[in-house]
Design a protein around this ligand. Sequence first.
Ligand code: NDP
Length: 326
Amino acid sequence: AKVYKYIKQFEGEPDRSNFKIIEEELPEIKNGEFLAEATFLSVDPYMKAHPGPVGETMLGTQVAKVIESKNPKFPVGKLIVGGFGWRTHTISNGEEEAFLGKPYTLPDFGDLSPSLALGVLGMPGNTAYFGFLERSKPKSGETVVVSGAAGAVGSIVGQIAKIKGCNVIGIAGSDEKAKWLVNELGFDHCINYKSQNVHEELSKVAPRGVDCYFDNVAGEISDTVLKHMNLSGRVIACGASSQYNNTNTIYGYNQTIIVFQQLSIYGFAINRWLDRWLEGIVQMAEWVKQGKVKYHETVTDGFDNMFEAFANMLNGANVGKAVVKV
Ligand code: NDP
C-alpha cells in the first residue's frame, strides 16, 4: 500500500514537507477481514483544521473496491465508503470507527458515478441537507445567503434553498463560479467577494435583509453578512474556509448584532447526524435524478497528486467537490 503519513504540523498553507509517502507491506487478511483498493479519495477543508495526530496516516474518506475478502458482509467486488485515510490499500474488519463511522456499502446510485459518495451523495451533501434544513427551517420567500457557495457544501445548500422557495444569494471567489451558480444552478444572485464589495452588493440584492446565513467561511465575509441579518435571523456556523490557511485565525461573530437582532447561531457538525445518514443520501439522490440538484466535481488524477488536489482546493481551485481518482 502507498500511504501519506502526516509528519509535520501544518503552519499556514500546507506544504509537501507536511507529508511523507511511504510503501507499507500488508499482511495476509485474516478471517473477518477484507482488503480494499481505493478508487476515489476525498480532499476536504476539515483535514486542514483537524489533520489528526502527527506521525499517523493522513485522515480522510475514500470509495474503495473490495479485492480480497474473508468477511461475508464485504464480498469481493463490492464498492464501499470508508474512513481509511490517504492510502491505496487497506485491510479492515468493517468495524473500525472513523470520523464518519464504520465502513459502509455504497448505496445503489444507478448510472451515477461512485465518486458522488464523497460529494453530493455523501458527507458534503448531508452537511447541506441536515445543516440547512434542520437548523434554518427555511420558509418560502425568505432570503438565504450562503458563503463558500461554489464549493461542495455551498453549491448544494443554495439549491436546496431554491427547492424550498427561498431567494438565494451566493458568495464565491470568481466570476466563473458566480456565473455557474446563477446560470446553471439557479441561484438568484452571486457576489464575487474578490472583485466586489460584499456590503454594497448585499444592500442591492437583499434590500429587505437576510433571514438565514449558511456560513462556510467565517472571517470578514461573515462579519459583513451579519450586518444585513433580519430580526430573529438564523446563522448556521458550518465552517471557516477563510481561516484554515491563516496562522492567526479570526473567528467570532459581532455580539452586538447577535443581541440586538436576536439571532440564533447554530454550530453544526455532521458527525451528529450519522444515525440519519441514508435519509439524506436517498433524498439527495432523488433530487439529483429529478434534475433539481446539480453537481460538479473537480477531479485530480493520480494518488501521487493528493497533495496538489488538497492544496488547490484550499485555495479555491475547485468548483463543487474536489476528489482524487486513483
Ligand atoms: P469547498 O468545496 O467549499 O472548498 C473550500 C473553498 O473555500 C474553496 O473552494 C474556496 O472557494 C473557499 N475559500 C478559500 N479561501 C477562502 C477565503 N479566504 N475566503 C472565502 N472563501 C475561501 O469545501 P466544502 O464544501 O467541502 O466545505 C465548506 C466548508 O464547510 C468548510 O469550511 C468545511 O470545513 C465546512 N464543513 C463543515 C462540516 C461540518 O460538519 N461542520 C462538514 C463539511 C464541511 P472560493 O473560490 O469561493 O474562495
